[in-house]
Ligand binder design. Structure first.
Ligand code: S3P
Length: 175
């Protein structure tokens, strides 16, 4: 059975870019949860929110993320999974993540995160005050279930990927 390294963190924290780079460095598979949810319902995220509302999006996200983690737990090669920023708010996903050993939080400055996340594709990133409030609501969830926290301020994608590898290596000897 191979390892699954799971990246979590708020919108705009760099989960997708870091996840891709990490998987290249490790020679592991990479899955980004958001596009899988889009495939699952056959439409982009902003449309899912318009048509099914946030509850409809979370329902699909729950099915996709739990299915994916079940698959990667049985895979023969390692996998990096980048979650959507709100996956941690789904109780069944949270319960699953609590039991996973390689959950890494990307901790980014909120203004930088908003600058990256805004611009139409993310329904929950259209207003800085709401964005900030949502982050405050979620912060303790991220911190509670993450086994590693990387402060990404002033680090580039390559440096964040290297930092994750060395943190996990120091603590566990793997990677
Ligand atoms: C969301 C984060 C997004 C996406 C959706 C909702 C959230 O993913 O799943 O727009 O609730 O934080 P990213 O964190 O990859 O932007």
């Amino acid at each position: 059975m191979a390892e699954t390294l799971i990246l979590t963190g708020f919108m705009g924290s760099g989960k997708t870019a870091v996840g891709k780079r990490l998987s290249e460095k490790l020679g592991w598979d990479f899955f980004d949860a958001d596009p899988l949810v889009e495939q699952h319902l056959g439409m982009p995220i902003h449309e899912i929110f318009e048509i099914h509302g946030e509850p409809g999006f979370r329902k699909a996200e729950e099915a996709v993320v739990l299915g994916l983690l079940e698959e990667t737990s049985r895979a023969e090669t390692g996998t990096v999974v980048s979650l959507g920023g709100g996956a941690v708010t789904i109780p069944a996903v949270y319960e699953r993540l609590i039991r996973e050993p390689l959950v890494v939080l990307l901790d980014e400055d909120i203004n930088t995160a908003f600058r990256r996340a805004r611009g139409g594709k993310r329904p929950l990133a259209d207003d800085i005050d709401k964005f900030q409030a949502l982050y405050s609501e979620r912060e303790s969830l991220y911190r509670r279930l993450s086994k590693y926290i990387v402060d990404t301020r002033s680090l580039n994608v390559e440096q964040v990927a290297d930092r994750i590898i060395s943190l996990i290596h120091e603590r566990t000897g793997i990677l």
